[in-house]
Design a binder for this molecule. Structure first.
Ligand code: XMP
Length: 492
């Protein structure tokens, strides 16, 4: 055979629908299965699920919800650097036990001023401090209301409670709660040795912590968050690192471009946070990145809104891509994230069986209440916008470092998009969606008889599915009368 015919002796590459997990002997009940896994060398998640860095998916609100329920939101980068840093800070501060950025009042302010200030900042009470930050009292909505009712313009010094119970930095949540019960108060200012205000503990903050007992938190108890940067955006990386991001995601459609590899290496050297590099889809790409990356992200064109494969003719079916990268990464202790193409919980757990440590989803979360974007009604059904980051709309609203953009075109017709703009059914709160996803993944672990993710990765085996087998897998020969919370034939 000639060189070209030889090229046609091609290896087979498989994706989610081509395989199923082989059921195995098991004593594991699904709800006993522990999903804890790593996204990067130093960041572990109770639920190894990430929301995509896309402008219709992850900003602070969704990232907060993701982390509270054990996952990780990755803030998109179609935002200017300062705005992005603010999103990161918002997540890091959301469930902080000791609030550091305390809203304070001055004794000489009027009650009306403070009332407006508290409304603007979304708080219901504020320590009153002098110019040296010494705590003089505390004022709450309850203190202010009677004054406002009679239209008085008294100052804060008049209305505040002067006897303030304060505590020191090292106060635990339990001690703070005891203080609160004892004194029937809801806020305890934290002061240093000179009685200067350094923080605030609130009842609401403590109870919130308790409510989210499966949250993804850092060593200090703050929520985890990720954020995306372009491979040459060292400034953006430094800004989000400064803002406290846990994982920087180098976000690129083809990270095996050697300029991208150099850029990623430079960013890794400049930041403290872990650095995940992606996307890639082959063994060779993994080999060129494992020596410095803290994680590798896999996916060349599997996404629901992606047209990369049809536009460029290049790509790699996702299960094979994950397995190839994981072959190399696992040897070096580098976690692998499977990004794109996951429609059902079954796909997510298949990705782990193929060697991934965590999964990233876009369309699955785009319809949740916490995702950015408006709810629109079409034919009586609710939808939310969902678009590829390589779609014309996303490229136009981003800056010129867009992941799919070669050069900023002069007119709309000159864009060569690799994604589409679409709508996805409105789904309600993220919590329920993530619960279904994690529950389905645990169920998969139960069928394989694995209690932990590492055990599952080792024990799981695949069988190949024919197209007849695939049709058999879906609901068939019936008319669905009631929608299931975790299955819609539309997404197949
Ligand atoms: P799903 O299937 O979860 O995929 O909606 C989300 C992932 O798709 C990638 N992505 C794109 N890929 N063109 C592409 O080829 C695009 O415009 C595009 N936008 C996002 C990305 O990896 C995301 O996490």
């Amino acid at each position: 055979d000639g060189t070209f015919s030889e090229k046609l002796r091609v290896p087979e590459a498989l994706t989610f629908d081509d395989v199923l997990l082989r059921p195995k002997e098991s004593r594991v009940e699904p709800d006993e299965a522990d999903l804890t896994s790593r996204v990067s060398k130093n960041v572990e998640l109770p639920t190894p699920v990430l929301s995509a860095a896309m402008d219709t998916v992850t900003e602070a609100d969704l990232a907060i919800a993701m982390a509270r329920h054990g996952g990780l939101g990755v803030i998109h980068r179609n935002l200017d650097v300062d705005e992005m840093a603010r999103h990161v800070e918002k997540v890091k501060r959301a469930d902080e036990l000791i609030i550091r950025d305390v809203v304070t009042a001055r004794p000489e302010q009027t009650v009306r001023e403070v009332d407006e200030l508290m409304a603007r900042e979304g708080v219901n009470g504020a320590p009153v401090v002098n110019e040296d930050d010494e705590v003089l009292g505390i004022i709450s909505g309850t203190d202010i209301r009677p004054y406002l009712e009679v239209g008085e313009q008294d100052d804060v010094a008049e209305a505040m409670t002067e006897e303030v119970v304060t505590a020191r930095e090292d106060t635990s949540a339990r001690e703070a709660l005891e203080l609160m019960y004892e004194h029937k108060i809801e806020r305890v200012p934290i002061v240093d040795d000179d009685e200067r205000l350094v923080g605030l503990l609130t009842m609401q903050g403590i109870l919130q912590r308790r409510e989210y007992d499966n949250a993804a938190r850092d060593e200090e108890g703050r929520l985890r968050v990720g954020a995306a940067v372009g491979p040459f955006e060292t400034d953006r990386a430094l800004a989000i690192d400064e803002a406290g991001v846990d994982v920087v995601f180098i976000d690129c459609a083809h990270a095996h471009n050697l300029n991208v590899v150099d850029g990623a290496r430079e960013i890794k050297e400049s930041v403290d946070a872990d650095v995940v590099v992606g996307n890639i889809g082959t063994r060779e790409a993994a080999e060129d990145l494992v020596d410095f990356a803290d994680g590798l992200k896999v996916g060349i064109g599997p996404g629901s809104i992606c047209t990369t494969r049809v536009v460029s003719g290049a790509g790699m079916p996702q299960i094979s891509a994950v397995a190839q990268v994981a072959d190399v990464a696992s040897e070096h202790g580098v976690p692998v994230i499977a990004d794109g193409g996951i429609r059902y919980s079954g796909d997510a757990i298949k990705a782990l069986a193929a060697g991934a440590d965590a999964v990233m989803l876009g369309s699955y979360f785009a319809g949740t209440a916490e995702a950015p974007g408006r709810v629109v009604k079409m034919n009586g059904k609710k939808y939310k916008q969902y678009r590829g980051m390589g779609s014309v709309g996303a490229m136009q609203s981003g800056d010129d470092e867009n992941r799919y953009l070669k050069e900023e075109p002069e007119q709309e017709e000159d864009y060569v998009p690799e994604g589409v703009e679409a709508a996805t059914p409105y789904k309600g709160p993220l919590r329920d969606e993530l619960h279904q996803l994690a529950g389905g993944m645990q169920s998969g672990m139960g069928y394989v008889g694995a209690e932990t993710v590492p055990e599952f990765k080792e024990r799981s085996e695949f069988v190949r599915v024919s197209s007849a087998g695939q049709a058999e897998s879906h609901a068939h020969d019936v008319v669905i009368t009631d929608e299931a919370p975790n299955y819609s034939p539309d997404s197949s």
